[in-house]
Design a protein around this ligand. Structure first.
Ligand SMILES: [Zn+2]
Ligand SMILES: [Zn+2]
Ligand SMILES: [Zn+2]
Length: 122
């Protein structure tokens, strides 16, 4: 069998990556079954911050229910709070041009599966 030149074979998207370094570990994220086709709860704002009159640096989206909120660096870190309250572990960057995933349970970055390449905000 000739070896296929397939990046998915080289590095399965479920493989955990150490933050921002690209280094992978042998372990896989086991939470991918919690990803559903979602409708973003907001087009381009953290609605919870808007309600509070606060601002945020970056947006993230919950891949289980579509909740859009502010990132961990934000004062209110609404997405992290959402994930702690609901148990939804997987989020994706909701910034234009970014499509990396983060698993709160594994505390690791993941490559996007094919359906989520390019991100949900286009
Ligand atoms: Zn995981
Ligand atoms: Zn917020
Ligand atoms: Zn959620």
């Amino acid at each position: 069998m000739p070896r296929r030149e397939d990046p998915e074979q080289e590095e399965p998207y479920r493989t955990l990556r150490q933050l921002w370094t690209g280094t992978t570990t042998m372990r896989e994220c086991r939470h991918f079954e919690l990803i559903h086709p979602v409708t973003p709860s907001s087009a381009d704002v953290c609605a919870d911050c808007v309600a509070l009159g606060d601002s945020w640096p970056h947006l993230r989206i919950c891949l289980t229910c579509g909740y859009v909120g502010c990132c961990d660096m934000a004062k209110n870190h609404h997405v992290r709070t959402h994930c702690e309250l609901t148990g939804h572990p997987l989020i994706q960057s909701y910034e234009p041009g970014e499509d990396w995933l983060w698993c709160y349970k594994d505390e690791a970055v993941l490559a996007p599966p094919p359906a989520l390449r390019g991100g949900l905000r286009r």
